[in-house]
Design a binder for this molecule. Structure first.
Ligand SMILES: NC(=O)c1ccc[n+]([C@@H]2O[C@H](COP(=O)([O-])OP(=O)(O)OC[C@H]3O[C@@H](n4cnc5c(N)ncnc54)[C@H](O)[C@@H]3O)[C@@H](O)[C@H]2O)c1
Length: 335
């Protein structure tokens, strides 16, 4: 049976964001009816050629609006919960707002899902819940040690889902840092930042360089969510899954960017930094349990941004706040 038969109607919170703008068209293509609940801080028309798809319903609401969420969840089969203040700096811009969205709204959302008849609740947590670990391979059974409120609340929501989400299949996904082109592009993530700097300034500033970063192509992120919809409940319920592709040093990522663009003139400039936080994530569990193999690599992510940039799809990359969460939140006075 296809995913669309098992879960005909899917609600994606935060579906108008970076990951959602790639995920929603893919779900529509698979035959799902998709409801997107989003404040649409990054624009309304982010689904490329699917903006007026008949199976797409946009609900321009805030997930903190309990009544709206109850209404939106009615008749939904599966939820993919992405809505979030989605990095440390934008969270810290207004910690009260961040907590309201990233933590306080969560129990109401889970209750609304249960009341609406949702069978599977997929939660986008983060591999940042582990904090900084010395060992080269951080696995799901290693004790989380989140370092910031953004990461602490991700972990709290995992626990709340376990506690309150009984009766639904509870799926906890801890993605690595996502990269590559999507219609609502984020240029505040490592691979994407380095690529756009190389293209626009022909210079990549490397802060430190030896820190490890786990990466995941946005199209593999989409494939992973599709796989979590397809997986039998007993294999995934309540088990956290890291989803990453390649751990690379920032210095190596810069080298990959330069080689992939193929411009010898791109300068690499090293800048000392105090921030030597290093993250290594092991994703064997998702491979072993679900057979998930990433299909795209960092080079593909770089190429996708280069192609989009050259095709004029990323206008004003350095100044347009739409690509930088913190700048956009400032612009909207959300902090
Ligand atoms: N992008 C990554 O590298 C990455 C890595 C690990 C985990 N994640 C998680 O995956 C999810 C998606 O990430 P993303 O990069 O697409 O983020 P994003 O910031 O691009 O998208 C978040 C979306 O949520 C919406 N939103 C925010 N607050 C809302 C509210 N109160 N009500 C309704 N909508 C609201 C925003 O308008 C935006 O469209 C997030 O939960 C993030 O923490 C992302």
């Amino acid at each position: 049976m296809s995913n669309a038969q098992t879960f005909p109607t899917i609600l994606v919170t935060g579906g108008g964001g970076y990951v959602g703008s790639a995920l929603v068209p893919a779900l529509l293509k698979q035959g799902h009816k998709v409801r997107v609940v989003d404040t649409f801080w990054y624009g309304e028309n982010v689904f490329a050629d699917c903006n007026s798809h008949p199976a797409l319903t946009r609900i321009a609401k805030d997930i903190r609006d309990t009544a709206a969420m109850k209404e939106a969840m009615r008749g939904v089969d599966a939820v993919i919960h992405l809505a979030c203040i989605s990095n440390d700096p934008s969270f810290e811009l207004d910690p009260k707002l961040g907590k309201g969205i990233n933590l306080d709204a969560f129990p109401g959302l889970v209750e609304a899902a249960k009341a609406g008849g949702v069978k599977r609740f997929i939660y986008a947590s983060s591999s940042s819940v582990y904090g900084v670990k010395e060992q080269p391979d951080v696995r799901e059974d290693d004790p989380p040690a989140p370092l910031t409120d953004y990461s602490r609340f991700k972990l709290e929501c995992e626990k709340l889902l376990m506690k309150l989400g009984g009766g639904m299949t509870r799926v906890i996904v801890r993605p690595a840092t996502v990269c590559g082109y999507a219609p609502r592009l984020r240029l505040d993530l490592t691979v994407n930042i380095l690529t756009i700097h190389a293209l626009v300034n022909r210079k990549i500033r490397i802060f430190g360089g030896r820190q490890m970063r786990p990466n995941l192509h946005v199209l593999d992120m989409v494939r992973a969510y599709e796989m979590f919809l397809a997986a039998p409940a007993e294999k995934i319920d309540g088990v956290p899954f890291n989803v990453g592709f390649r751990n690379e040093t920032v210095e190596n990522i810069a080298g990959i960017v330069k080689r992939t663009i193929g411009d010898e003139g791109i300068a690499l400039e090293y800048v000392p930094t105090d921030d030597n936080r290093s993250y290594h994530v092991n994703s064997d569990r998702v491979r072993r349990v679900l057979g998930f193999e990433p299909k795209y690599n960092i080079e593909d992510a770089v190429r996708s941004i280069v192609e989009a940039y050259r095709a004029g799809k990323i206008p004003d990359p350095m100044t347009n706040p739409m690509y930088h969460n913190i700048k956009r939140m400032h612009q909207l006075s959300l902090g």
